[in-house]
Ligand binder design. Structure first.
Ligand SMILES: CC(C)(COP(=O)(O)OP(=O)(O)OC[C@H]1O[C@@H](n2cnc3c(N)ncnc32)[C@H](O)[C@@H]1OP(=O)(O)O)[C@@H](O)C(=O)NCCC(=O)NCCS
Length: 323
């Protein structure tokens, strides 16, 4: 017997406003064609004025709870992965907790930028496996539109806003790779690469700042590190690449997604792709893709999924789970 964290609910929320690539042609020296071919992005959602990360997170959480047929009272802990919380403190997670009407349990944020959801899942799994929580809401939510430099064509066309959520529940498994739930995780970071992707402001420097990225340098690291972390997590689960039903990657760039699938020896038919509709929603992209993948009928109970992500830090990692 082995304690497992099993996904019993999934949901997402996207802000109403959809912005197609063509909108950037009006203000920047760019084209729909360039954005599509270099990144795979066709459109993204942007939060309305006054709409915050915890607003998006709460709606995604409500959708996941409804999918699980559970109420907030059934939840012991909330973990929100975000780099764009409403306020410096308290955490977005405690705001979601209050909005859901939860007065017990505990809530906290995890900040690992685009790898945030993988870090949050791994931490939530540790809480469940160690017996500290029975049911955990794991949310990825971002409003990256708030930290864009709208004059920088190399970054502002790539990101979007949104939120996705999973409900994880403690269940007993047999301790084999046939179990449902999280089977293995792998987390990494290397702060020597902090200048490749960062926000040039923060509380301690008394500014909000804007996202800065050396896109081609991040690209150089991405495929290799993502393939290695995915394969490490699979190996820890006692599985190989050929066992994978779905790669659910962080949705930053279609060329990174294709490159990683190719290096893993898997066809694109085994990859859930949403980058065309959402852009890069940072920590929200994986739970959004899981939710959309289920809605599309791609992800089914029993499927073996590997999620992988890389982002600022650099921080990267992977989670292997059976749906
Ligand atoms: C950002 C990214 C799409 C750029 O694609 P690229 O092929 O690497 O392009 P480069 O950065 O080398 O730039 C090539 C040219 O396009 C130009 N360019 C950049 N953004 C542009 C835009 N929106 N429209 C038109 N041209 C643009 C650059 O100025 C550069 O021009 P130059 O050659 O005259 O200097 C790509 O590097 C990428 O996706 N990197 C990974 C980023 C990422 O996923 N980050 C998030 C991780 S969480």
């Amino acid at each position: 017997m082995a304690g497992r964290s099993v996904v019993v609910g999934v949901g997402h929320y996207l802000p109403e406003r959809i912005v197609p690539n063509s909108e950037f042609e009006k203000t920047l020296d760019t084209t729909d064609e360039w954005i599509r071919t270099r990144s795979g992005i066709e459109r993204r959602h942007f939060a309305a004025e006054g709409e915050t990360t915890s607003d998006l997170a709460t709606k995604a959480a409500e959708a996941a709870l409804a999918d699980a047929d559970l109420s907030a009272d059934d939840i012991d802990a909330i973990v929100v992965a975000t780099s764009t919380a409403d306020l410096t403190f308290p955490s977005a997670a405690t705001m979601v907790q209050a909005r859901l009407g939860m007065t017990k349990g505990f809530a906290f944020d995890v900040q690992a930028v685009c790898a945030g959801f993988v870090f949050a899942l791994s931490n939530a799994n540790a809480l469940i496996v160690s017996g500290q929580a029975k049911r955990v809401l794991v949310i990825g939510a971002e409003t990256f539109s708030r930290i864009m430099d709208w004059t920088d064509r190399s970054t502002c066309v790539l990101f979007g806003d949104g939120a996705g959520a999973l409900v994880l529940e403690a269940q007993e498994g047999n301790g084999t790779s046939e179990d449902r739930g999280i089977l293995a995780t792998d987390l990494n970071s290397d702060g020597r690469y902090k200048d490749l992707l960062y926000v040039d402001g923060g509380v301690s420097t008394q500014s909000t700042g804007h996202l800065r990225m050396q896109g081609n340098q991040v690209f150089r690291h991405a495929v290799e590190k993502l393939t290695k972390t995915a394969e490490t997590a699979l190996e820890r689960a006692g599985l190989g690449n050929s066992d994978v039903d779905w790669i659910v990657p962080h949705q930053a760039n279609i060329r990174i997604i294709q490159g990683t699938a190719k290096k893993m020896g898997l066809p694109m038919e085994n990859v859930v792709v949403t980058v065309q509709d959402h852009g890069n929603t940072s920590a929200a992209s994986i739970p959004l893709a899981l939710s959309v993948g289920k809605q599309r009928g791609q992800i089914k109970p029993g499927d073996l999924i590997v999620t992988e992500a890389i982002g600022g830090g650099l921080a990267w990692g992977a989670v292997v789970l059976r749906w």
